[in-house]
Design a protein around this ligand. Structure first.
Ligand code: PAF
Length: 281
């Protein structure tokens, strides 16, 4: 396992490889947990080399958000990643500095596709432009054959797929299932901000998504699901949104004759939690 801390170190490593070597990349902002490790494990399974990037990306945080306080735990992260060395393939941890990703006069900002405008994008207006910009930059440097993203951030995943289609058509984007804590809460670095009791309370998000899924499967009536969503949003102000989108293009659905994804965002004090469920009707 190597820890490479600049794009120069990374490109030197890259140029030492045979050109047929396949590289699986798992982009993260560190504070590594099992869901991140599952991305890297899949990258290692599918490819000759596995790369995990660790970079807390300033451009995806809004002004009032937790960029400064976002946990930076590099040594701990390295120890956790080292547990995957048993898979027998070389692991690269790419942990660049800010001025390496955003050098002076950086001009490769990308605007995310229009599906960035609602849900997370409505709560965090510049967030997805920052995400696609940094992922494009990380792909330019790391040259992934395949790149691995969790479905917990479903809207992000769709936007990265669209960005990659345009700018990195040779890179395969692999969508990985949501990993959950023991009590069922979707794993997220931000879960660390919650007490045990708050984690328990936050389960209402998953339970609500499950009850919406039951309505969809039981009645196949979009009206009934929308009524239920409106009722929950009215009665519980901790929900920032609940929404149904087409699994295919992430647009609004007019009927339920297609696979959909139900998404929710739940506020626990200062912490916003995401979760979603796919429904194949
Ligand atoms: O999902 C994340 O951790 C980040 O948004 C990503 C994709 C690593 C970009 O900074």
């Amino acid at each position: 396992m190597k820890v490479l801390k600049s794009s120069k170190e990374y490109s030197d490593w890259l140029s030492s490889l045979d050109e047929k070597t396949t590289i699986g990349v798992a982009p993260t902002m560190g504070n590594i947990h099992d869901a991140h490790l599952s991305l890297l494990a899949q990258a290692l399974k599918d490819n000759d080399k596995g790369v995990i990037t660790i970079f807390v990306n300033p451009t995806q945080f809004g002004e009032d958000e937790d960029f400064e306080s976002y946990p930076r735990t590099l040594q701990n992260d390295i120890d956790k990643i080292a547990t995957l060395e048993t898979m027998g393939k070389e692991i690269i941890i790419f942990a660049p500095k800010n001025n390496d990703i955003y050098p002076e006069n950086f001009n490769q900002y990308i605007q995310a596709n229009e599906i960035s405008c609602d849900l997370e994008g409505a709560l965090r207006p510049t967030h997805f432009d920052g995400v696609v910009t940094v992922v494009n930059r990380l792909f330019d440097i790391t040259k992934p054959t395949s790149a691995y993203f969790g479905k917990k951030d479903y809207q992000q995943l769709k936007l990265i797929e669209l960005m990659a289609n345009q700018y990195h058509p040779k890179t395969t984007i692999v969508a990985m299932p949501i990993l959950r804590e023991e009590n069922g809460l979707a794993m997220s670095s931000r879960n660390n901000y919650l007490s045990r009791e708050q984690k328990q309370e936050a389960l209402i998000l998953k339970q609500t998504l499950e009850s919406l899924k039951e309505i969809i499967q039981g009645t196949k009536s979009l009206k009934k699901v929308e009524n239920k969503i409106n009722q929950v949003l009215k009665e519980d102000s901790r929900f920032n949104y609940l929404s149904i989108k087409s699994l295919h293009d992430f647009k609004e659905v007019k009927d339920l004759n297609q696979p959909v994804v139900i998404l929710g965002n739940f506020q626990m004090n200062q912490t916003r939690l995401l979760d979603n469920l796919e429904v194949n009707i």
